[in-house]
Design a binder for this molecule. Structure first.
Ligand code: SF4
Length: 167
């Protein structure tokens, strides 16, 4: 009989905590910069706001190396299948931050050509409203995502509803 059989709950919960700790402190964002919000996203990794303080500065332009997609800007229906394909190429577990009102709801450009919120094509974990959201709002979104990841099981599923942040 192994230790797992004798103390299964202790071992499993510690392993879950360890995995969650590793996941939340080493987020690798996939920047989907679609329009003006992308400028604020870039500022977030610059020296003034320094996203690296939160372990999420390793932006990856290959979806296979990323676990959190930051959708920054207006998503058009023409781009929607491309965005979904990039999302599908990211390995599980993966998360999505909708940055700005355009990504969250279509925003100012909500018309026949604009997706009224990226949650129409992929699940969103954190919405940040604002036009554009400031870099510190994006940092808050990352921190909220980290707190969600802390509560996740080994499968990376969150028991919590998506979070909506104000600017
Ligand atoms: S929310 Fe504002 S800043 Fe961001 S993409 Fe839309 S119009 Fe541009």
């Amino acid at each position: 009989m192994g230790l797992e059989d004798k103390f299964p709950e202790i071992l499993t919960s510690r392993l879950t905590d360890l995995v969650a700790w590793g996941r939340k402190n080493s987020l690798w964002p996939m920047p989907l910069g679609l329009s003006c919000c992308a400028i604020e996203m870039m500022a977030t990794v610059g020296p003034k706001f320094d996203l690296s303080r939160f372990g999420a500065e390793v932006f990856r332009f290959s979806p296979r190396q990323a676990d959190v997609m930051i959708v920054a800007g207006t998503l058009t229906w023409k781009m929607a299948s491309v965005a979904r394909r990039i999302y599908d190429q990211m390995p599980d577990p993966k998360w999505v931050i909708a940055m700005g009102v355009c990504a969250s709801s279509g925003g100012l450009y909500r018309n026949y050509s604009v997706v009224p919120g990226v949650d129409r094509i992929m699940p969103v974990d954190v919405y940040t409203v604002g036009c554009p959201p400031r870099p510190d709002t994006l940092i808050r979104a990352v921190m909220e995502l980290q707190s969600k990841i802390e509560e996740m099981g080994l499968d990376g599923r969150s028991p919590r509803e998506p979070i909506v942040l104000q600017n």
